[in-house]
Design a protein around this ligand. Sequence first.
Ligand code: BDP
Length: 344
Amino acid sequence: MEKSSKKLSFVLSAVLGSGLILAACGGEDTAKTSGGEKKASEGKTYTFRLADTHPDNYPTVLGDKKFAELVNEKSDGRIKITVFPNSQLGDEKSVIEQVQLGAVEFTRVSTGPLAEFSKPLGVFSLPYIFDDSEHEWKFLESKEGQDLLKGLESSKMIGLAYYDSGARSFYSTKPLKSVDDLKGQKIRVQQNEINIALMDALGANATPMAYGEVFSSLQTGVIDAAENNTPSYVSANHYQVAKNLILDGHQRVPEALLASKATWDKLSDGDKKIIQEAAEESVKTEREEWDKMEKDSEAKIKQAGVNIVEVKDIKEWQKKVKPVIDKYRADYGDILDAIDKLRK
Ligand code: BDP
């Protein structure tokens, strides 16, 4: 098949596979009550898909499900969103591409890989920009934080809400007692250029790869180490092979709940409002589940006999990675200033 027709048939099958076809079969979106008010039950019918990389009981997936439930409720059952966990619809990078095309209508992804599609979101991959969770959330809820979500529109996505993802720390199959131990280790990172600069600053070898490949790569020695929050470290079983964990908390990379702009543009204003509100309301569920799972994960890690090292002098780490901030200050200066202003 010729390249262009191949592409066309891919796009066509993507659109046909999506919920949009159902929209065409649904009722008219103009129904009004006698008072002129539109009722939630009146309008088009949709069936959409939402992709998430995590397993069923993970906080983000529980947030996704709450979101889907709220959309269903608020639309009187007209808008159905089915959550596909476990990377069933592909890894995050490929899901983001499908969302851009409208082939997948919703997703929850990390802002880590998203940064390659919308550069301003790369700020979250810069090390030690937040003091703690409270500082991070103050920023995420601020105008500047929300503007980063809105900025996704020029990349064919609609940022609906942020979800919690805690702080990321390193873990390795090799001993890991201090920042110097990272030198020379092959470390898997999320797929964006800032992470490569970060590993350079630490003297490590960056190996960007999809999340789903990390477990087997640790097992086979393709990589020595990786980094993530403790719920991911546990739920993806990385803790069973990389038993040395150093709690350095170098990044806080929030999650994002997204809609495809192609899908969004076809919705009525009323339906956009339903979806936006449901997304914002689902944040509470995700954050509660997040707190619970962080605690459970800590307990599991201890029980499993992981060597856990607490970092006494975080300044030493901050000094090591400062070249990364210096390199990217020109690109992210305004956002970094806004984050700094919210420091206690
Ligand atoms: C986890 C995020 C997930 C990412 C993963 C990663 O929740 O979305 O895919 O990290 O490291 O914390 O790629």
